[in-house]
Design a protein around this ligand. Structure first.
Ligand code: SIN
Length: 543
C-alpha cells in the first residue's frame, strides 16, 4: 500500500520583512486572489457579484503563464468520448500518483465550464457544423482538445479579463507583489503586499485568500514560463504553514524551438497531434523505438526519448517535421508558430523545425483537497500554484487550463455558499507584528538567480541521479546561506528567497524519491517501484 510521506521543509522565517499591522495602510475585501491567469480571473468570475473581490498581480494583468498556452483545453465532447475515458487517460499519464476524486471532478465538470466560456464569448475554432473542433495531443486516446488556433490561452484570458474588468465588485491591482499570507491563530486574515520596488507595504485583509500565482518554471534557465513564474505562491504558503506536495515532478515539454536567438518558444503538442513527426539530426524518425504511441506518447516519455537521441547523436536538438502538410492549413491552424518560425527563417511548410525539450510546467505545488482548500482556514490554492493530485507524476496535455476553470469555479461557489459568514468575518483588522534583526548587505540577486537556474537546468532536469542532485543541493545551500538573514530591499530579492526555498525542496524531494516515475527519472533508480516506495511526498515547514 503506497502512503503519503511527510517531510520536513526546514525552518523558515515566518515573514520576509518586518512589519506591524498597526502602522500599515490597509483595505478590506471579502475575497483576495493572487494571480491574474485563467485560474485567478475565473475564480473571481465564479464568485457572487455581491462579494467584494480584489485581484492582485505582480506584473501587468496580461502577464502570466495561461496567456502563453497554445494547445487548448481537454474536454470529452466527441460522441465516442466520455469523462471516463478522459479520466483513464489522465490517470495513465499521471503514472500512479493522481488523486482519483480530484480527477473525477476535473473530467465530470469540464463540459459545463467550457459552456460557460462560450457564454462569455470565447471564440474557439469550430467545424463546418459549428461544433467545437477537436484535436489530439499526447497520451489522449481521443480527439478532445478544443482550441483557438495556437493561441488558446490568449483568447481565453483576453475574454475573461474583459469580462472581469466590467464588474463593479472586482478591483484589480497590478504591480502588487504578494509577500506573505497574514495569519492569526492559524487562520488566514489576508495578505501582506508591496509595490514593485518593495518599498511600500500594504495589507489587504480578507477572510478568504486564493493563491493562483502559477508555478516555478523560472527555477530553470530554459523554460517556456514567463519571468514572473518564480514560485512565490508556494513559498509564501509554506512560510504560513501550508503543505507543498509532488515538487519533484517538473514537466519538460518535448518540443520547444531551438534557435540561437530563442530557446523558450513552445511548438505546441497539437502540431504532433496534426501529424508532425520527430527526426534526429540524421533525419531519421526515432519515436517508434521508444514507445508504441510514438510522437503521441506521454510527454515525459517523448522528452526522455529526445534527450537520449540527442545524446546518442551528439546533438543539442532534434527536428519536428510537419512539412508534408499544406502551407495554407499550417498558416490557418498554427498562425503564431508559423509566423514566429518564419521570423527566424524557418518555413514550417518546407523546413524541419529544430526543437529540444525544456521546462514547461510544475506538477507540484500547494497541497489542496478537491475543493481547493489548504490546511490553513480561509486559504485556497488553484491552477499551477496548487497541487490537488490531478496531474500525478506527469500532467496530461491540456488539462491545466481546465484545472484552473473547474477548481476556480469550485472555490467561487464555496464563497457563494458561505458569503453571509464571510461578510461577518470581513472588516476585522488583526494585530500582527514581525520583527527580526536583519543584516544590511548588498546582494547581487540577478547573478545568484542565474547560478540557481543554471544548476537546476544541468543537474535537476529530465534525467537526475544522486550525484547530480547532491551537487545541486550543495550549490543551492551555498546560495541560501549567502542571503540568510540579509534585509530584503527589493521584490527581486524576495523572489530569489522564494526560488531558493522551492529549489531546495524540489531537489530534496528528488533525492528522497528513489525510483523513476512520470517526469521524475533517476538513472540510479530507473525502475518504477510500486511495492516499496512512497506515494505523494508532502513538505511542511519546521517538521
Ligand atoms: C502545448 O500546446 O503543447 C502545451 C499544452 C499543454 O501544456 O497542456
Amino acid at each position: 500500500m503506497l502512503e503519503i510521506k511527510k517531510a520536513d521543509a526546514g525552518t523558515q522565517d515566518r515573514y520576509l520583512v518586518n512589519f506591524d499591522t498597526e502602522n500599515l495602510p490597509y483595505e478590506f475585501f471579502d475575497l483576495v486572489i493572487i494571480g491574474s491567469g485563467i485560474a485567478g480571473v475565473y475564480t473571481a468570475l465564479s464568485a457572487p457579484r455581491n462579494a467584494r473581490i480584489l485581484i492582485i498581480t505582480k506584473e501587468a494583468i496580461e502577464v502570466n503563464n495561461s496567456v502563453l498556452a497554445q494547445g487548448g483545453i481537454a474536454v470529452s465532447l466527441d460522441q465516442n468520448d466520455s469523462p471516463s475515458l478522459h479520466f483513464k487517460d489522465t490517470l495513465f499519464a499521471g503514472a500512479g500518483l493522481c488523486d482519483e476524486n480530484a480527477v473525477k471532478a476535473l473530467v465530470n465538470e469540464a463540459t459545463e465550464n467550457i459552456a460557460t466560456l462560450c457564454l462569455y464569448g470565447v471564440n474557439f475554432d469550430r467545424d463546418e457544423g459549428n461544433r467545437l473542433s477537436l484535436t489530439r495531443e499526447a497520451a489522449h486516446s481521443m480527439n478532445r482538445i478544443i482550441h483557438t488556433g495556437d493561441a488558446t490561452g490568449k483568447e481565453v484570458c483576453d475574454t475573461l479579463v474583459g469580462a472581469v474588468s466590467t464588474l463593479n465588485n472586482v478591483t484589480i491591482r497590478e504591480q502588487t507583489f504578494a509577500i506573505d499570507i497574514l495569519t492569526e491563530n492559524g487562520e488566514c486574515k489576508g495578505v501582506l503586499t508591496s509595490n514593485e520596488e518593495g518599498t511600500e507595504l500594504k495589507a489587504y485583509y480578507a477572510p478568504v485568500l486564493v493563491c493562483a500565482s502559477g508555478g516555478y518554471g523560472q527555477l530553470y534557465s530554459k523554460t517556456t514560463n514567463p519571468e514572473v513564474a518564480t514560485g512565490d505562491g508556494a513559498a509564501l504558503a509554506l512560510r504560513a504553514g501550508a503543505e507543498l506536495m509532488d515538487l519533484e515532478f517538473v514537466q519538460f515539454h518535448p518540443t520547444v524551438l531551438f534557435h540561437p536567438d530563442n530557446q523558450n518558444f513552445l511548438i505546441s503538442e497539437a502540431v504532433r497531434g496534426e501529424g508532425a513527426v520527430l527526426r534526429n539530426n540524421k533525419g531519421e524518425r526515432f519515436m517508434e523505438k521508444y514507445h508504441p504511441m510514438k510522437e503521441l506518447a506521454p510527454r515525459d516519455v517523448v522528452s526522455r526519448a529526445i534527450f537520449q537521441e540527442m545524446q546518442k547523436t551528439g546533438s543539442n536538438h532534434v527536428f519536428l517535421d510537419i512539412a508534408h502538410k499544406d502551407k495554407e492549413f499550417l498558416r490557418q491552424r498554427f498562425p503564431t508558430i508559423y509566423n514566429k518560425c518564419l521570423s527566424y527563417g524557418i518555413d514550417i511548410a518546407k523546413d524541419f523545425i529544430p526543437v529540444a525539450p525544456c521546462q514547461h510546467y510544475s506538477m507540484g505545488g500547494i497541497r489542496t483537497d478537491e475543493w481547493g482548500r489548504t490546511r490553513i482556514l480561509g486559504f485556497y490554492a488553484v491552477g499551477e500554484a496548487a497541487c490537488n493530485g490531478i496531474h500525478g507524476a506527469n500532467r496530461l496535455a491540456s488539462n491545466s487550463l481546465l484545472e484552473g476553470l473547474v477548481f476556480g469555479r469550485r472555490i467561487g461557489r464555496q464563497v457563494q455558499e458561505n458569503l453571509d459568514e464571510i461578510k461577518i468575518r470581513e472588516g476585522f483588522k488583526p494585530r500582527i507584528r514581525f520583527v527580526k534583526e536583519w543584516v544590511e548587505r548588498d546582494i547581487d540577486y540577478l547573478s545568484m538567480k542565474k547560478k540557481l537556474q543554471g544548476i537546476m537546468t544541468l543537474n535537476v532536469g529530465i534525467i537526475r541521479n544522486e550525484e547530480s542532485l547532491s551537487e545541486a543541493m550543495e550549490i543551492i545551500s551555498g546560495l541560501k546561506s549567502e542571503i540568510e538573514g540579509v534585509k530584503v530591499v527589493h521584490t527581486h530579492h524576495m523572489e530569489l528567497i522564494n526560488m531558493l526555498t522551492l529549489a531546495s525542496l524540489v531537489v530534496k524531494a528528488a533525492i528522497l524519491r528513489q525510483e523513476s516515475r512520470g517526469a521524475h527519472y533517476r538513472t540510479d533508480y530507473p525502475a518504477t517501484d510500486d511495492q516499496n516506495w512512497l506515494k505523494n511526498l508532502v513538505f511542511q515547514a519546521g517538521g
